[in-house]
Design a protein. Sequence first.
Length: 281
Amino acid sequence: MEDKRSELKKIIMDTRTLPTLPNVISKLNALSDNDKASVQEMARIVSSDQVLSARILRLANSPSYGFYRVSTISNAMILLGVNVVKSLALSSSIFAIMEKNSVGLWEHSLGVGVAANLLARKLGLPECEEIATAALLHDIGKVIVSLKCSEAAKEILGLTNERQIYTMEAEREVIGTDHAEIGGWLAKSWFLPDKLSEPIAFHHDVDKSLNHRIKTSVVHIADVLIKASDFGNSGDRYVPVIQKIAWDTLKLNVQIMTELVAEIEDKLIEVRNFSLEMMSE
């Protein structure tokens, strides 16, 4: 089983095997590591790919962020931050695949992004946009399993239905790892910062998050709430229990959760409309 896990990790860490945009991304990575590089310089690099630019702007104006006024890539970089734009750029190809082949997972991901943003703002947390982005990408590992291990993905689905277990349990049994860990590997192969990769990797195991536990807790709770709302399709037929460590970390109470659930329900109508617009393009 460890051999399967190691082999899969090798595939994930080899970015050449993934649906990315190497030229744009390598230039963007180089500039983002240069303290003297301006937002305008980075925006010019991204804007050189018109399809990529259009997708980033659509996502930047999605209900996950709620700006509705992002009209240029440089504007997106100022409002969302370079890390967010970089992660949206890197994931744009995969989102395209999700929209066409995994509509339920795409909608679930959008919903979790919205719920995480609402919770982060309600709690007055900093870097709400980065939290929303980590939430948007939290299940990216499932897409990679589907892309790179199609036979294993079928076996995982069969096992979840036959034994009525969570997707994560089936993944660990079939491929020796799970979508959360794979998402973490992917984020590292894209050179995303820990504050994005850690919530992706540990959204099912909050206690393993050491440096960014608050962000990870928000993504975990948003994931559970969207599963409970039955919006989209994460692949799990059962709703997991909110982990106590996440609840305690965010100092939540029943009143906050009641208000949050009502806000999420209102927002999900907007998310569904946005999802339909994206897919109809």
